[in-house]
Ligand binder design. Structure first.
Ligand code: SF4
Length: 345
């Protein structure tokens, strides 16, 4: 029975002011659950409905179904998925995606040459360790800074043993240019102990195990599985992916984690590994966090709802100097790119 025919059928039982809530409740159910719900409702006969007032609670035996199964990442983080995070694919997403791919072909972004996945080594195990360290250093840090610090570490012979040997204060000094360096030095020291004890100096082979390392959250874990083990297990959503996905109208979310859940609900899995790199580079060169280059963007021709061509100029008080009024993103990021630092020691 469809929600509409159900309502028509029970017109005599349901007070008019309850049609809308009952109707919408039934809309959120799968077909099979809706049938059960209707059957239970019919048995209940709405006998507790007063003639002048409201419908009572539905029978206790009728359960509202869980509409969405948690994604494995959500499962790992203990976070429940909300229905608002299950969005349908935007009509023109493939066209937009292809245009971004085209633009990315013609630009070299910092992430292309200095991103975490650019660290390779003739010893694959050591290469994976370098990827892990690069990722652990990367939150709240530009790729350019991260690359300089990684070079410093490699020059000194970056291995698990070297990390185990070096005093934490000295490691902190070396990685000083990156954000949250003191905390990261502690994480790296503790991670090295775990890698030695449990993984023979290698990187954990699963997301679940990777997230047991200090400072490694879902985003970093997903990227680590992509780069170190070529496992396509989800989308690594950083501030660029989060910001641009919202600008394009692909999602409407206020945290990277919600963006991940939304994107994963409609983006085909064969794009999951690619999209982070694609959008990060796009966000570094064209769709910048400040001063987006819409004039140079192929999406400005009706494909992007956030296009903004001529930022108005205003004068900075007291200086007479013109400044761009488009100085900050409208998209609020409640969880900035420190989610991987959320696991405080
Ligand atoms: S048109 Fe502007 S806002 Fe939209 S994706 Fe391109 S650069 Fe970003």
């Amino acid at each position: 029975m469809s929600p509409h025919s159900f309502l028509v059928h029970h017109t005599n039982y349901i007070p008019s002011n309850q049609f809308i809530p009952v109707f919408y409740r039934s809309l959120t159910m799968t077909r099979s659950t809706r049938s059960k719900y209707f059957a239970d409702a019919a048995n209940f006969r709405f006998s507790t409905v007063s003639s002048s007032d409201q419908i009572e609670q539905k029978p206790s035996s009728t359960k509202i179904p869980k509409m969405l199964k948690p994604h494995p990442v959500a499962k790992l983080t203990g976070r429940k998925r909300k229905s608002s995070e299950n969005v349908t694919a935007p009509d023109n997403w493939e066209k937009v995606y292809d245009e971004i791919r085209l633009m990315r072909k013609n630009i070299v972004a910092p992430v292309d040459t200095m991103g975490s996945d650019s660290h390779t080594h003739k010893d694959p195990k050591l290469g994976r360790f370098h990827v892990l360290i690069s990722l652990m250093l990367s939150s709240q840090t530009k790729d350019t800074i991260n690359a300089v610090v990684m070079d410093r570490l490699k020059e000194r012979g970056l291995t698990v043993q070297w990390i185990l040997d070096i005093p934490e204060a000295e490691l902190d000094e070396i990685i000083h240019p990156v954000g949250f360096h003191r905390r990261k030095a502690g994480y790296i020291k503790r991670a090295a102990i775990i890698l030695r004890e449990k993984y023979d100096d290698d990187v954990p082979p699963t997301l679940e195990k990777a997230m047991e390392l200090p400072g490694v959250g879902p985003k970093m874990g997903v990227l680590l599985m992509h780069s170190a083990w070529n496992q396509n297990i989800g989308i690594g959503v950083d501030v660029h992916v989060h910001r641009i996905s919202n600008l394009l109208g692909w999602v409407s979310t206020n945290t990277p984690e919600k963006t991940r859940m939304c994107l994963q609900s409609w983006l085909p899995p064969d794009r999951w590994q690619e999209i982070n790199h694609l959008l990060v580079g796009f966000g570094q060169v064209i769709c910048l966090p400040r001063g987006r280059k819409c004039e140079e963007c192929r999406l400005s021709n009706g494909l992007c709802p956030s296009v903004s061509f001529s930022p108005k100029k205003t004068r900075r008080a007291g200086t007479g100097k013109q400044i761009d009024r488009v100085t900050e993103e409208k998209i609020k990021i409640e969880l900035p790119d420190v989610e991987d630092l959320a696991k405080v020691i």
